[in-house]
Design a protein around this ligand. Structure first.
Ligand SMILES: [Zn+2]
Length: 135
């Protein structure tokens, strides 16, 4: 039977109940005294201890699961932001390619105009020479 207010036989201080361990302990001088309990009380104490351990393990498991879920979410959001970055780079590359295309078309247009212009000048010079030779 456990008593709530047990005096330490050593220093007369009030002893604390160490329920799980099955003894009283004096916080002042450290002396210990085992519970005097029936077999049923011992069994009940053990059962309570086992139940507490089971609850502790269950809480630990739930905590681990929550931490795992949190990590998984973090990883997923990192993967998503990487995907978004890759997409942004892809569309940037598309724009660059389009720009390059426009520049190339413009270049070949200018080259054609230049070729026509130079050909015209050559033709005019040839005509002028021909006129001079004929007169
Ligand atoms: Zn004591």
């Amino acid at each position: 039977m456990k008593t709530e207010n047990l005096k330490c036989p050593n220093c007369m201080g009030e002893m604390l109940i160490k329920e799980a361990e099955g003894y009283y302990e004096c916080p002042f001088c450290g002396s210990k005294q085992k519970f005097v309990e029936t077999e049923a009380e011992t069994q009940a104490r053990y059962n309570k201890q086992i139940e507490e351990e089971r609850i502790r393990a269950e809480n630990e498991r739930i905590k681990s699961q929550q931490e795992y879920n949190l990590k998984k979410e973090e990883i997923n959001s990192t993967v998503n932001s990487i995907k978004e970055t890759v997409n942004a780079i892809d569309s940037g590359m598309d724009l660059l390619n389009k720009g390059e295309d426009i520049i190339n078309k413009t270049k070949s247009f200018i080259y054609k105009i230049a070729a026509i212009f130079i050909s015209s000048i050559v033709l005019i010079i040839l005509l002028v020479i021909a006129c001079n030779v004929l007169t």
